[in-house]
Design a protein around this ligand. Structure first.
Ligand SMILES: Cc1cc2nc3c(=O)[nH]c(=O)nc-3n(C[C@H](O)[C@H](O)[C@H](O)COP(=O)(O)OP(=O)(O)OC[C@H]3O[C@@H](n4cnc5c(N)ncnc54)[C@H](O)[C@@H]3O)c2cc1C
Length: 325
């Protein structure tokens, strides 16, 4: 019996969200008195996988089939299902990424498991009972959910679990699910990677600087970009901003865009409509800069600055630069 963690790679490295999933899995394994195994697929280096030992993973199964470098749900499901069976895993941990959410649901059906997505805390395990806390209603509330099947599948909300360190090195073993061409019957023709603008992926970012229509036009976006650069943050925007092509669509957050849950979300010139809040209100700390003291965003903010973004943001950038020195 072991805890199995699905690990996603990007450009040869393990994604930050998978390090969080590995840290979660190892702490669950400790509670259950068992070990943690990881299953990794696609574009990730062996050295990066071995470093998962830092997070308490003792063994990594690696399927390096290059056809898996692109996400193909049915093929991923087959590989992970075989790993679950081989390791006799009773707990399967994902990051709550697009891949984790899609594959987790399919695996729950295929392996008759109980699935909880958007999980924000370690489980309470008492005898046979396994209860997790998950965010619901776009992060406005939490629900405690008992997973009752033999196999418990949890998808961890990004930035909700600290990455642990201090373990050793994991062994890396080749693994194959003997995939056939039929497993790749539906496959993407081309995958276009988001421009990470300095290396920070928006869904993974610990800090996000976001701009709205209050910034008046794309020519003023240097304010958002410069502040993001100083803070090591990803950039984001409201929907109208991407609709008007001021910014690319992959930066649009909210109900119809990306959901983010960073440690710090800075909203500049964004009113805080409910559809925008739906994608950001589980951020740990929200800072709002808006010249209208009645802007709805202030109700959701931890800190608010009432004033003109064109005066305030340059001062914050200068202050951040001074801190760097
Ligand atoms: C079905 C549906 C889905 C939607 N999905 C989304 C979504 O996913 N994400 C999303 O963002 N929106 C979404 N919307 C749109 C949403 O309702 C709002 O219209 C939108 O979020 C407003 O964007 P904004 O705050 O940038 O612009 P505005 O509402 O125009 O607000 C601009 C703000 O900037 C402030 N401001 C102006 N000048 C300055 C200045 N100089 N300094 C400081 N502040 C200033 C103003 O006081 C104002 O509060 C959706 C709408 C619908 C109907």
């Amino acid at each position: 019996m072991s805890v199995l963690v699905f690990v996603e790679g990007l450009n040869g490295e393990v994604k930050k969200s998978s390090l969080e999933a590995a840290s979660y899995g190892s702490q669950v394994a400790q509670q259950l008195g068992t070990t943690t195994t990881a299953i990794a697929i696609g574009d990730v280096q062996e050295a990066a996988l071995a470093k998962l030992g830092e997070q308490g993973v003792s063994k990594v199964l690696y399927d390096g089939d290059s056809r898996l470098n692109q996400f193909i749900a049915d093929a991923y499901v087959k590989v992970i299902a075989k790993a679950v069976q081989q390791e006799n895993a009773k707990v399967l941990v994902f990051s709550n990424s697009n891949i984790g959410a899609a594959v987790g649901a399919k695996l729950a059906v295929r392996l008759n498991g109980s699935l909880a997505t958007n999980v924000t805390a370690l489980p309470t395990i008492d005898g046979g009972s396994f209860v997790v806390t998950r965010g619901v209603f776009s992060g406005k509330a939490f629900a405690d959910v008992a997973l009752t099947s033999d196999l418990k599948i949890v998808a961890i909300k990004k930035n909700s679990i600290d990455i642990t360190s201090g373990g050793g090195s994991a062994t890396v073993e080749n693994f194959s699910a003997d995939l056939a061409d039929a497993d790749f019957a539906v496959s993407p023709k081309e995958t276009v990677m988001q421009d990470t603008n300095g290396g920070v992926l928006l869904p993974e970012a610990a800090i996000v600087v976001s701009g709205g229509r209050g910034l008046k036009g794309p020519e003023n976006w240097h304010l958002v970009e410069d502040l993001a650069k100083e803070l090591g943050a990803a950039t984001a925007c409201s929907k109208p901003v991407s609709d008007m092509d001021w910014r690319p669509h992959h930066e649009h957050v909210g109900q119809t865009g990306i959901t983010v849950s960073p440690n710090l979300y800075i909203a500049i010139g964004i009113s805080g409509a409910i559809q925008h809040l739906a994608g950001v209100n589980s951020s740990k700390v929200i800072v709002v800069i808006n010249k209208d003291p009645e802007a709805p965003f202030f109700k959701a903010a931890d800190y608010g600055i009432v004033g003109d973004a064109f005066e305030i943001v340059p001062k914050i950038i200068e202050a951040a630069k001074a801190l760097d020195k």
